[in-house]
Design a protein around this ligand. Structure first.
Ligand code: BTX
Length: 323
């Protein structure tokens, strides 16, 4: 498997030029017959490789569908996503990520699926993802931070996804507290953080990211259709998911390293800059009361800051909000 990945890198590194079978077999230290076998397998996986006698091989096109080798190819991170597990169908990428994390997988491990038969949101809500075209992935992290700071990583993830969308597609999105990505008042993506921790130590975190990318709105249940949006729906074109995923992972790694080094402040600022309805009035429903307040920002621990009608600032950890 490693050989095949190296073969792809070699082919990819000589853009628009042929590499001879002889060179390839020397570089990889395998026989010409093995090279020929790998090439055949790659073609079956959807790589378009031109082979010309006496000249050699040239990579024309990498497949649009995802696979581990496609996802690994050209990923410019140090550890985020360097260990990738891809499956066409999973119950939920969260479940597999938890399993891997429990058995000691390295930090940065990414599980990704084309479809999920029981994708989930927070509080066991359903996440509709039993169709292809979206990005459904879960990232395992092992940060040395206090468990009560874990919500900061949900916010960091939302900033990473938003930044990637802005960089790649030049679209401005908004982040709806705490974990939704909104576009034209509709839900484009959701983030779910789950953790396994002791009182003062996080064993591991699994950050689930679900993004509507190439779906038509018709794939969603009727009730959701007016509330969700996909990038394809907006741009009227297919997005290359591999490039998009790489952009997210690279953005994530930058922010995560910054966070571990410099703390939450820089993330907090970026988050607030993108916050949905900041400075506007929202309606809140907490176990104690229902009230209207101005959305002012977020606290260091990820909680919501609002100014109530008496002019007092209140800190909200969880509430039903009518945006
Ligand atoms: P949430 O609880 O904030 O949002 C769930 C709500 O979002 C649902 O009740 C529904 O109203 C709406 N919804 C369901 N499916 C979609 C969809 N495809 N697009 C937009 N809105 C939808 C948000 O939870 C966190 C979601 C995380 C999903 C990822 S995907 C990879 C990983 N695996 C997994 O099972 N979950 C995570």
């Amino acid at each position: 498997k490693k050989n095949k990945e190296r073969l792809i890198s070699l082919l990819a590194s000589s853009k628009n030029a042929y590499i001879s079978g002889e060179n390839l077999s020397e570089e990889l230290q395998v026989t010409r017959t093995s090279i020929w076998k790998y090439i055949k397998e790659l073609k079956e996986e959807g790589y378009e490789i031109e082979a010309i006698r006496k000249k050699g091989y040239m990579l024309k096109q990498i497949p649009l569908h995802l696979s581990e080798s496609v996802l690994k190819w050209d990923l410019k991170t140090a550890f985020i996503g360097q260990n990738i597990i891809y499956r066409p169908v999973l119950s939920s990428t969260q479940d597999m990520a938890h399993e891997l994390a429990r058995s000691g997988c390295e930090a940065g491990t990414l599980v990704i699926a084309d479809k999920q038969t029981s994708g989930r949101g927070r509080l066991n809500r359903e996440w509709e993802s039993n169709h292809s075209g979206g990005i459904w992935m879960s990232l395992v992290l092992r940060p040395e931070i206090a468990p009560n700071n874990a919500p900061q990583l949900t916010l960091l993830s939302a900033v990473a996804v938003s930044n990637a969308i802005e960089k790649l597609l030049a679209i401005d999105v908004q982040i709806k507290w705490p974990n939704d990505i909104f576009l034209h008042n509709k839900k484009l993506a959701g983030i779910l953080t789950e953790m396994q921790a002791e009182v003062d130590k996080i064993n591991y975190l699994v950050i689930g990211i679900g993004i509507n990318v190439n779906q038509q709105i018709e794939v969603f249940g009727e009730e959701l259709q007016s509330k969700v949006i996909s990038l394809k729906e907006l741009l009227d074109q297919e997005i290359d998911r591999k490039t998009f995923i790489h952009c997210i992972l690279e953005e994530f790694e930058l922010l995560y390293n910054d966070y571990l080094e410099n703390g939450f402040k820089p993330i907090q600022k970026s988050w607030v800059d993108k916050a949905y309805k900041i400075g506007e009035e929202i309606s809140l429903k907490t176990p104690k009361k229902n009230f209207k307040a101005i959305f002012e920002g977020i606290e260091h621990d990820g909680s919501l800051l609002v100014e109530n009608s008496n002019g007092d600032i209140e800190k909200i950890y969880s509430a039903e909000i009518d945006w």
